[in-house]
Ligand binder design. Structure first.
Ligand SMILES: Cc1cc2nc3c(=O)[nH]c(=O)nc-3n(C[C@H](O)[C@H](O)[C@H](O)COP(=O)(O)O)c2cc1C
Length: 182
């Protein structure tokens, strides 16, 4: 078995968030399988919008030196596996997750290590139609990184208030998905 560096980007702004609880289960499973797991929450992070200047395509670095720049350069570039956890907002990924994906544009010209990408989401409603737009959005990003693919989706529905995802079968699915990484 290969020992992998797994980076979880937990993008909910809520403490004790549902998507973060799923991300924690994924992390537990992956650690049990012997991988190195780091989870970064975007709570308290300074993440500005991409300015669209495309300077990064020449310099491999963003002109904005905030937390997103650090996460991209120091963490996302080197991880073997990326895991994005998000609340569903209006049947889409959260704005902060989208902003991070945009700010990861320097990776487009870099020798990025990630080959597997996982998507974790929580929402008030249940059903595939609640999360598919968000997963499609992430797949659009992955399409620009041809060495990587979407390796799994974990969705916890029927979860509105914080903590309500705890009794959801998605918790076990998250653990199992983390543990199944080889
Ligand atoms: C701005 C906003 C939009 C939301 N839109 C949806 C939605 O379209 N569908 C849904 O099922 N839940 C929606 N919700 C509910 C959240 O997805 C739900 O509370 C979820 O548990 C949040 O995840 P978190 O605890 O990880 O932040 C929305 C919540 C907010 C704040």
């Amino acid at each position: 078995m290969m020992h992998k560096n797994i980076l979880i980007l937990s993008t909910s702004p809520r403490k004790h968030s549902n998507s973060d609880a799923l991300a924690e289960e994924f992390a537990k499973g992956a650690r049990e399988a012997g991988h190195d797991v780091e989870k970064i929450s975007l709570i308290g992070k300074e993440i500005q919008f991409c300015r669209g200047c495309l300077a990064c395509q020449k310099t491999k670095r963003c002109v904005i030196h905030d937390d997103a720049d650090k996460i991209v350069q120091e963490k996302m570039l080197h991880a073997d596996v990326l895991v994005f956890a998000t609340p569903i907002y209006y049947y889409e990924m959260s704005g902060q997750m989208k902003t991070l994906l945009d700010r990861a544009n320097p990776l487009y010209t870099c020798d990025y290590a990630f080959r597997e990408v996982y998507f974790i989401a929580a929402a008030a409603e249940d059903g595939d139609e609640v999360w598919t737009r968000a997963a499609n959005g992430l797949e659009g990003w992955i399409a620009c990184f041809p060495k990587a693919r979407l390796s799994g989706v974990i969705f916890g529905g029927n979860a509105t208030d914080t903590g309500t995802v705890q009794c959801n079968p998605a918790m076990k699915k998250a653990f199992d998905a983390g543990k199944a990484i080889q």
